[in-house]
Each structure stands twice: as structure tokens, then as C-alpha cells.
Write a protein that binds this ligand. Structure first.
Ligand code: HEC
Length: 272
């Protein structure tokens, strides 16, 4: 063995160099751990905000679940219990499956994006002409259309409640009431445009101002003219409401609204 390799001094210093490097690393990890809050009970700001979000989310989930638990839907003539989460799972799966792609179809435009703003500058449909097509007061809705609308309402019920009385999570509005809403029995063009573009910001329903936690999403693009007409006819003739049916051709005439920014109350034809 060469004497220089077996120098006890070199061994001694190598040992302490090793120990120092390892402890330095340990101190670094300790500093990082303390900076991230340690276990002192003090949450970094970001985490504290997330906790609040999770609390709000949990209260909304609980309110929706409670409101949907008793929900039944008519299917092929018989009434069957539908799991309350089924509708959300379906929508969730569709959202996850969607990929960003070049926008060619207005139905794919997301409200409030630059593309939507550009589209908003386009010509708007003749709302008065659409409202003029509404059947006369007292026209009874078709029974088959109503039954179809009742099924379609399952999705609306998540936010507006099976009884149309709205869903509240404490003082947070998930969805305002449709029962007794002057918007529901008012001009049909308002209702169709809400389906095509969504609705955001405060809204007054039956004399009460609602400030929803999240806007109503545009849902009409994914449904046929018939399905939209059916669900709107259903809400106009349920929960104590009564108004003439909505026609598929009225829905068709307002498809050009798809892709435009979400509506606010000021964009609607005033009611009462
Ligand atoms: C994700 C929750 C959600 C779903 C699902 C939903 N809405 Fe809404 N809806 C809202 C919210 C929130 C508002 C109020 C939006 C605002 O003003 O900010 C609203 C407003 C409305 C309004 C106008 C205000 C009123 O209370 O009269 C109508 C009409 C309406 N929705 C109909 C429907 C119909 C019909 C469906 C089913 C096809 C539906 N909504 C599904 C959340 C929802």
C-alpha cells in the first residue's frame, strides 16, 4: 500500500468534509421546510385561500346533492330513481375529453374569450321576430314535448332545484329560482339566448337580487332545437308557472347567438 494513500491526516479531513457536506444539505432541507410553513400551524397564503375555496365548494356540493337526492325522472313512461351524480359525471367526462382545437364551429367558442368578443360584433338576430312566433296565451303545450322537457330538466335541477325553487348553499346562490320567475314566463328570446350564451352577474328574480357564486353556463350548443324547446316549455309550465310553449324554430333562429359573450341582465329584454 502506498504510504500517501494511507495518510491518517487525509482520512481525517475526508471524514469531516463528508460530514459537513451532508449536514449542509440537511440544514438546507430544514430551511426549505421552515419557509414552507413547517408544522407551525401557519398556512402559506396560497394554501389558506385554497382551504376557503374547498369549504365553499363542499357547501355547494352538499346543497346540490341534498337538492337532487329526492329527484326522480320519467323514463319510458315509468318513474325511475336517477343517481344525483350521474349528470355531473357525464358533463365532467365531456369536459375532460374536450381538447383545444381550431375554432370553426361557433358552438365551440368559449364565452368571454377574444374569439367570443369578436363574434359579438357580428350581426344580432331579430329577437322581436322570434318573440312574435310565440303561440297565443293559453295555447296548451304538447304532452310529449313536456315529458321530454322533464327529462332535460334533470341537468337544470342541479342548480335550480327539482322543485324550481333555486338552490342556496347558505348565503351563496348556486342557481336562482325558476318558480315564479318573470324571466321564465317572459319573452322567449330571453330564455333561448340564456341557453345559448349563459348568464352572468347579479339578476333580479321576483323582486329579489341574486348574486350567484358562478355564472350560468351556455348549454344550448350541445342540445338539439327540440331539446331546448322542450326544456324551456317544461319550465314555463311547471312549478306553478304557466306560459305558451317554445317552438324549435324559435330556438333555431337564435343559434347565431352561440359563441357570443355571456349575457348580463342588461342584455335581456326587460320584464315587468
Ligand atoms: C351550473 C348551474 C346551472 C345549471 C345547470 C343551469 N342553470 Fe340556469 N342559472 C344558473 C345561474 C347561476 C343563474 C343566474 C346567473 C347570473 O345572473 O349570474 C341562472 C339563471 C337562469 C335563468 C334566469 C334567471 C331565473 O331564475 O329565471 C333561467 C331562465 C335559467 N337559468 C334556466 C335554466 C335552464 C332551463 C336550465 C337547464 C337547461 C339551467 N338554467 C341550468 C345556474 C344554472
Amino acid at each position: 500500500m502506498e504510504p500517501s494513500r494511507d495518510n491518517p491526516l487525509i482520512r481525517f479531513s475526508a471524514f469531516w468534509w463528508g460530514i459537513s457536506v451532508i449536514s449542509l444539505f440537511g440544514v438546507l432541507v430544514l430551511i426549505l421546510w421552515l419557509r414552507s410553513g413547517g408544522n407551525s400551524g401557519i398556512e402559506p397564503l396560497e394554501q389558506a385561500a385554497a382551504i376557503k375555496r374547498y369549504e365553499v365548494r363542499a357547501s355547494i356540493d352538499a346543497a346540490q346533492k341534498a337538492s337532487l337526492d329526492s329527484w326522480k325522472v320519467v323514463e319510458e313512461g315509468s318513474t325511475v330513481q336517477v343517481p344525483p351524480t350521474a349528470a355531473f359525471e357525464m358533463v365532467g367526462a365531456q369536459l375532460i375529453a374536450s381538447k383545444p382545437s381550431k375554432i370553426e364551429d361557433p358552438a365551440q367558442v368559449i364565452p368571454n374569450t377574444p374569439t367570443a368578443e369578436k363574434l359579438a360584433g357580428g350581426p344580432s338576430a331579430d329577437y322581436a321576430a322570434v318573440d312574435a312566433l310565440t303561440p297565443a296565451e293559453g295555447t296548451a303545450p304538447d304532452a310529449a314535448l313536456l315529458a321530454k322537457g322533464e327529462q332535460g330538466y334533470l341537468l337544470c335541477a342541479a342548480c335550480h332545484g327539482p322543485d324550481g325553487k333555486g338552490v342556496q348553499a347558505g348565503d351563496i346562490t348556486v342557481g336562482p329560482p325558476l318558480a315564479g320567475s318573470e324571466w321564465v314566463t317572459g319573452p322567449v328570446s330571453n330564455l333561448i339566448r340564456i341557453q345559448m350564451r349563459g348568464l352572468t352577474g347579479p339578476i333580479t328574480v321576483a323582486g329579489k337580487v341574486y348574486n350567484p357564486a358562478a355564472p350560468m353556463t351556455a348549454m344550448g350548443a350541445a342540445s338539439s332545437d327540440e331539446d331546448v324547446a322542450a326544456v324551456l316549455t317544461y319550465v314555463r309550465n311547471s312549478f306553478g308557472n304557466s306560459a305558451p310553449p317554445v317552438l324549435p324554430e324559435q330556438v333555431k333562429a337564435l343559434r347565431s347567438e352561440i359563441g357570443k359573450p355571456a349575457l348580463t341582465e342588461a342584455d335581456l329584454i326587460p320584464v315587468k
